[in-house]
Design a protein around this ligand. Sequence first.
Ligand code: 13P
Ligand code: SF4
Length: 334
Amino acid sequence: MSFEIVPPRGQDLIDEINRLREERNAVILAHYYQTPDIQDIADFIGDSLQLSQLAAETDADVIAFCGVKFMADTAKILSPEKTVVLPDMDAGCSLEDSCPPEKFKAFREAHPDHIALTYINCSTEVKALSDVIVTSSSAETILQQIPRDQKSIFGPDRHLGGYLSRKFDREMLLWPGVCIVHEAFSETELLKLKEEYPDAPIAAHPECPPTIVDHADYVGSTSGILTFAEEFEGDTQIVATEPHIMHQMEKALPNKTFIGAPGADGNCSCNICPYMALNTMEKLYVALRDLEPRIEIEEDLRLKAKRSLDAMLEMAKGSVGKGDLGRVLSQSDA
Ligand code: 13P
Ligand code: SF4
């Protein structure tokens, strides 16, 4: 018979997480879509690009990644010598699920003259099959460094790909994946809300469909939406992305009001990411205590996936000239 040690509660739980973080020399990274208690205990909160950069640079021995699996996988790809734990290994992503590696491989093989720009919300295997990874905050900078006549595949998010394609007037072959969370916003309900708050600007994540993005005053990543919240003139903003991001806005900007864009039921609770929500403080405690569940990636696969991530980290700086592009992308053997 095995006995599970029951996690402590309340302040004791917080104290124990803090004790274990120190004992393990661990860093707690959290995405903006995590619940407020996890955001508040994290060492760093960020968007997908910032969290990748932090994972690549940290000198901690353990990364406790409060986000979804592709994010923790990315941390392990970039920092293989570190122990990377994810509080709940089932914290997946509908975009990753939409893009099985064998189908993506066949798609690439059917279009040999196209390079693959791939959203970071995908499996390690798909990263290994890609030329350059992008995040919502780096996609525009990266795309602008690729010559206009270069044919490209964009996957797995057809809404982000479609948004980039429209904005830069560039044709790309789009993989048909969607984020179930951003897909759930309702245009009809958004327009009703806008009638109620005509002066409130709408900030939307590019994972939203065009029916939402087309009404937005600002379109960008989670960190971009946070910057917009600080900078817009006025006192009320409508936020079309996962509603836990509003925790940071409410903390930093107590004099402004943030309203989550509604789903078809007229409120925003259907837009909580069910995968991110699997991580809890109790599971974070257990992950730090047991150093499980742990991310493990086979070395050959990791090295293949790292090439497209390294290309992202370099191109996100915006300084890869035409002459250097071949070198940066040829790091990939897809
Ligand atoms: P960013 O935080 O990079 O904007 O991405 C959002 C997301 O897809 C998290 O799942
Ligand atoms: Fe995936 Fe969407 Fe959840 Fe982000 S919000 S992890 S894209 S399902």
